[in-house]
Design a binder for this molecule. Structure first.
Ligand SMILES: Cc1ncc(COP(=O)(O)O)c(C=O)c1O
Length: 493
């Protein structure tokens, strides 16, 4: 018997999940016609997935060398019973220590996280919701600089009833977060009678791939202290920064700002991006506020990390030699892929925001729009999906304030697929020369000062780093397509 929606709760039946958004059309197109180099070479290439799949050979090596880390091997089975019955929501002490160790190392050991403040959650997704529940009442709001990760609309709002208020950032200053933009969003919210409880920043940013400099972070800290509101820093991409020494964590900044009220500072982390383990659902709430730690821990009962996963990661992430090598090799590989993709785009005059982090580029395709509107952006996006057969994400899905920006992910595929994706873009641009409103030379001069290169596309695309480490898998094999997992759910990432 079918149950009508009015028999269910308002939360269950509202559209807080966002599944009905038109932005999922790209995912549907990919699912209906997925690229495979042999079986479906004309299919859609998935470039909408911020996954880090470039270093799985290192993980595999470690697993093979450490069979006792798993409770399902002859070497590790003696730990099976203890692991299977352990359900303390504090988590395995060894797991918390190992995660704190990993978080320190990702930040170059310049900070020291306290294992006793590590609270588990179901991915960063769960961590955001937990913090929203802890910090705000229904109807109260968080400021969020744009463009931002689309699923924040679901994660922070859906079940909590909390609101998000955009802080409009613009391309004219490379989407920097300024005090003026923060003040303006805060004032507008007040005028609308919305109580602002916090500011959420993603550092490094998804979708921009940029990270905040020390001064900006200090300004942000001063702003939230002046207003007495919370600061949530999502540092889920901290380990993707090309040069780790350049990244500044909020954990460092608060050490340098003695005036800062630490009770207002909270960090979200996860192993989904830096380790590339989104399926393990390892999310972390790290708060400097004792009450928040205690409440979040109680709430974590709704999203604990399985003890089996904790057990394995406790071994892996406390192996310092492995962790150091993994972090540095992963950075090198991401930087190489970033460079390869960026230079491939530059060959056909496509610029992107200068970035040194993330698993994506923020492409500037404004000159391809018939007019500077979001309708035109949507039309061009459909061309990218249907004609070029790439699933990229349009800027409006990230609440970008200017039409014409698109996020393209580059770390969820092998080198060969990357080459094919670039080839398709190149062919498209060549066929559509009339769409270009600037000469390539001008465009390079304007947008790509650090990236101009006289190398030919084919040189750039020569996979000279295609070592055995690259574990050349097809996108299909790398992203198993579970009929149970809705593409719409995955699309949130
Ligand atoms: C900025 C940001 N925060 C949170 C998440 C969710 O991560 P998780 O898979 O750990 O839930 C993502 C995933 O793409 C993200 O980009």
């Amino acid at each position: 018997m079918e149950v009508s929606n009015n028999m269910l709760s308002k939360i269950a039946t509202n559209n807080g999940h966002g599944e009905n958004s038109p932005y999922f059309d790209g995912w549907k197109a990919y699912d209906a016609n997925p690229f495979h180099p042999q079986r479906n070479p004309e299919g859609v290439i998935q470039m909408g997935l911020a996954e880090n799949q470039l270093s799985f050979d290192l993980i595999k090596e470690w697993i093979e060398a450490n069979p006792s880390a798993s409770i399902c091997t002859p070497q590790g089975v003696s730990g099976f019973k203890h692991t299977a019955i352990f359900q303390d929501y504090h988590g395995l002490p060894a797991f918390r220590t190992a995660v704190a160790n990993f978080m320190n190392r990702v930040r170059g050991n310049r900070v020291k996280f306290d294992p006793d403040r590590i609270v588990m959650s179901g991915g960063a997704t769960g961590a955001h919701e937990t913090l929203a529940f802890c910090l705000a009442n229904p109807g109260e709001a968080f400021l969020v600089p744009t463009p931002y990760y689309p699923a924040f609309d679901r994660d922070l709002r859906w079940r909590t009833g909390v609101n998000l208020v955009p802080v409009v950032c613009e391309s004219s200053n490379n989407f920097k977060i300024t005090r003026e933009a923060l003040e303006s969003a805060y004032t507008n919210a007040k005028l609308d009678n919305i109580k602002v409880k916090g500011l959420l920043v993603t550092n490094p940013s998804n979708p921009l791939g940029t990270f905040l400099d020390r001064e900006t972070l200090k300004d942000v800290v001063r702003f939230i202290n002046d207003k007495s509101i919370h600061l949530v820093c999502d540092e889920i991409y901290a380990g993707t920064v090309t040069d780790g020494d350049e990244f500044v964590s909020i954990a460092e900044v608060i050490e340098e700002e003695p005036e800062c009220n630490r009770d207002l500072i909270h960090l979200v982390y996860s192993l989904s991006k830096d380790m590339g383990f989104p399926g393990f659902r390892v999310g972390i709430v790290y708060s400097y506020n004792d009450n928040v730690v205690s409440i979040a821990r109680k709430m974590s009962s709704f999203g604990l990390v399985s003890t089996q996963t904790q057990h394995m990661l406790a071994s892996m992430l406390s192996d310092n030699e492995f962790v150091e090598n993994f972090i540095s090799e992963s950075r090198v590989r991401l930087a190489h892929r970033h460079d390869m993709f960026n230079r491939g785009l530059a060959q056909v005059g496509i610029g992107s925001l200068e970035s040194k982090a993330g698993l994506f580029l923020w492409m500037d395709l404004r000159r391809f729009l018939k007019e500077p509107t979001f309708e035109a952006e949507m039309t061009f996006w459909r061309t990218i999906i249907n004609d070029i057969k790439l699933n990229v994400s349009p800027g409006q899905s990230f609440h970008c304030s200017e039409p014409g920006w698109f996020r393209v992910c580059f770390a969820n595929m092998d080198d060969e697929t990357t080459i094919i994706a670039l080839w398709r873009i190149k062919q498209f641009v060549r066929k559509n020369r009339n769409l270009e409103i600037k000469t390539r030379k001008q465009f390079w001069l304007n947008n790509l000062p650090l990236r101009s290169s006289s190398r030919r596309l084919d040189d750039i695309l020569t996979p000279h780093r295609m070592s055995p480490h690259y574990d050349i898998l097809t996108p299909h094999r790398m992203s198993p397509h579970s009929p149970l997992a809705s593409p719409l759910v995955r699309a949130q990432h």
